[in-house]
Structure formats: structure tokens, C-alpha cells
Design a protein around this ligand. Structure first.
Ligand code: HEC
Length: 192
């Protein structure tokens, strides 16, 4: 009896652990009725890692000769990645997350190496194939657009065609014909 109870609680535990990571849960747990977007938990541990962009941004200080600058790491739900590999596009409910972190550099036995330092900002896109929220300006062109400051799970984006970091539109328009996603950086995971 005791063993049964343990087995049942293990099973329940694993169901809850993975309950928040499928595309079917997106509009239940991450997006409310008005289109407000919440940052998911533990995506770095549980989601599929898509790839990394190393970016030498303007204005930030950089150690002399350091090989990289900010590091952008991108994640999606495992079933969104599997769908993309099969169909060549992201399904409704797919979530893309991009963490921007600073880097530290030091000479290691491999050479001059850089690794992730403190988080700076997190960007999130939510695939919306059903034209939900036509009057919410954080939504447009088949995606919901959100950004989060470190340690916060409430989006700072009210208009995806806004200013600065909120000019999602202006910065993603070069990849409009790739469904607004910089997929060239994720080929090792998503295929062509
Ligand atoms: C300064 C230009 C710029 C702005 C502003 C910007 N993006 Fe991006 N975004 C990019 C570029 C370029 C990439 C891919 C390469 C990289 O990270 O440098 C990217 C990648 C992403 C990714 C990873 C998936 C992908 O498309 O490759 C997400 C998610 C994302 N952006 C969301 C947003 C959201 C949401 C906003 C607005 C709140 C936004 N971005 C604003 C330029 C920008």
C-alpha cells in the first residue's frame, strides 16, 4: 500500500513537473483573457535550448581582447521544437524565450574564454495563429511580444511597435519572411 502511494505521488510529481511545458498550456497558464503575458518558470532547466547569439553591442564596456560580449540564449517548449522539425514552422502556443546576459572573460586552459554573467533582460514571443487580442498592441503579426526585467515575471511591453527595447517590430522586420524569427541561429536544433 505504501509503495503504491509512493508510486502514485511520483507519477503525479512528474505530471506536474512537465505540465507547464507544452504548447497546449500556453493560453491557459502564460496568457490571460486580455492577452497579458507571464514569464514561465524553469524554462532554462526544462525547455529545449535552441541556440546562442554572441553580440557586441554599442556602448557597453568590454574587457580588452575579450572574445565575446553579451550572450543571447534562446529556448522553446520541447513540443514546439519537435513540431518545427516536422512542419518547418512554429505551432500555435509556441513560446520563444531569449535571455540576454553579460559575459565575463578570463584565460582558461582552452584560451581566452567567456561565460555568462548577470542577466540583463528577457524577451518572449508567443505564437498566435488564431488572431486573439486584435486590440492589444502587445500582439501583432501572429505573435505576442513581451519583455521582462531580471527577477520579474510581468511584461513591460504594452506596444510591440514602441521605443527602445520595445521596438520589437522595427528590429524583427528584417526576418518577416521567416515568420519574424531569427531562425538562422537555431539550425542545429530545428533543422533547415
Ligand atoms: C535592437 C533590436 C531588437 C529589438 C528592439 C528587439 N529584438 Fe528581438 N531579436 C533581435 C535580433 C537581432 C534577434 C536574433 C539575434 C540576436 O539575439 O542578436 C532577436 C531575437 C529575439 C528572440 C529569439 C527568437 C528569434 O527571433 O530569434 C525573441 C524571443 C525576441 N527577439 C523577442 C523580442 C521582443 C518580444 C521584442 C520587443 C519587446 C524584441 N525582441 C525587441 C533584435 C531585436
Amino acid at each position: 500500500m505504501k509503495q503504491l502511494a509512493i508510486a502514485a505521488s511520483l507519477l503525479l510529481g512528474s505530471i506536474t513537473a512537465f505540465a507547464d511545458i507544452t504548447i497546449k498550456d500556453t493560453y491557459k497558464s502564460l496568457v490571460d483573457k486580455k492577452g497579458n503575458i507571464t514569464l514561465p518558470e524553469n524554462y532554462r532547466q526544462n525547455w529545449t535550448f535552441l541556440g546562442t547569439y554572441f553580440v557586441k553591442g554599442a556602448g557597453d564596456s568590454m574587457a580588452e581582447g575579450a572574445p565575446s560580449h553579451d550572450v543571447h540564449t534562446v529556448y522553446t517548449q520541447p513540443d514546439a521544437a519537435a513540431y518545427y522539425r516536422k512542419h518547418g514552422k512554429f505551432p500555435d502556443g509556441a513560446v520563444l524565450l531569449k535571455d540576454v546576459n553579460g559575459t565575463k572573460s578570463e584565460p582558461l586552459t582552452t584560451g581566452l574564454a567567456s561565460y555568462e554573467d548577470a542577466p540583463k533582460v528577457t524577451f518572449m514571443m508567443v505564437k498566435n495563429s488564431k488572431n486573439r487580442f486584435p486590440n492589444n498592441k502587445a500582439w501583432g503579426e501572429g505573435w505576442g511580444w513581451a519583455l521582462f526585467n531580471p527577477g520579474e515575471n510581468k511584461s513591460q511591453t504594452t506596444n510591440w511597435q514602441g521605443e527602445g527595447f520595445n521596438n520589437c517590430f522595427g528590429c524583427h522586420v528584417p526576418v518577416k519572411n521567416q515568420d519574424w524569427v531569427y531562425t538562422q541561429g537555431y539550425k542545429t536544433v530545428l533543422g533547415k
